[in-house]
Design a protein around this ligand. Structure first.
Ligand SMILES: O=c1ccn([C@H]2C[C@H](O)[C@@H](COP(=O)(O)OP(=O)(O)OP(=O)(O)O)O2)c(=O)[nH]1
Ligand SMILES: [Mg+2]
Length: 147
């Protein structure tokens, strides 16, 4: 599928899939930034998209940065609406308790997953149909015993 993209920062690479079959295209930081433990920052990526109607782009964290540095995204997954024409930004957070995380311009900081979605027409009813789960949730099926 073609998706129109504008490079707001001419020297940065476009988002790219690392391997055939990957769901996420990596987004690059357009700035150098250091996050202290617990700190968050809205990091620009230097690109803007025009998604076709019926599609959404979700901004997911990268697992390697999460494992190695405790780096995640506050509002994960971030939602990029089809009608949004502004710069895509990533709200990074450093969850590490001790170490700051330094990112350089050009680093791959997050990944963009483009999906189709359904638009609901909310039909109000007095009662919902029965289901096997009912209102059970939040661990109703059991969990695990921590070691
Ligand atoms: O991580 C994100 C989340 C959002 N956006 C952009 C695209 C999205 O279409 C727009 C609005 O996002 P969202 O709906 O999550 O934010 P909101 O707080 O509801 O703001 P608004 O009132 O503008 O919808 O901001 C990003 O660039 N990165
Ligand atoms: Mg919104």
């Amino acid at each position: 599928m073609d998706v129109q993209i504008v490079r707001l920062d001419p020297d940065l690479p476009l988002p790219a899939y690392a391997h055939p079959g990957d769901a996420g295209a990596d987004l690059h930081s357009s700035v150098d930034v250091t996050l202290a433990p617990g700190e968050r920052a809205l990091v620009p990526t230097g690109v803007a998209l025009a998604l076709p109607d019926g599609f959404v782009a979700l901004i997911h964290p990268r697992s390697g940065l999460a494992v190695r540095h405790g780096l995640s995204i506050v509002n994960t997954p971030g939602t990029v609406d089809a009608g949004y024409r502004g710069e895509i930004k990533v709200l990074l957070v450093n969850h590490d308790r001790q170490a700051p995380v330094s990112l350089s311009r050009g680093d791959r900081i997050a990944q963009l997953v483009i999906q189709r979605f359904e638009r609901a027409r909310f039909v109000e009813v007095a009662t919902l149909p029965d289901s096997a789960r009912g209102d059970g949730g939040y661990g109703s099926t059991g969990g695990f015993t921590p070691a």
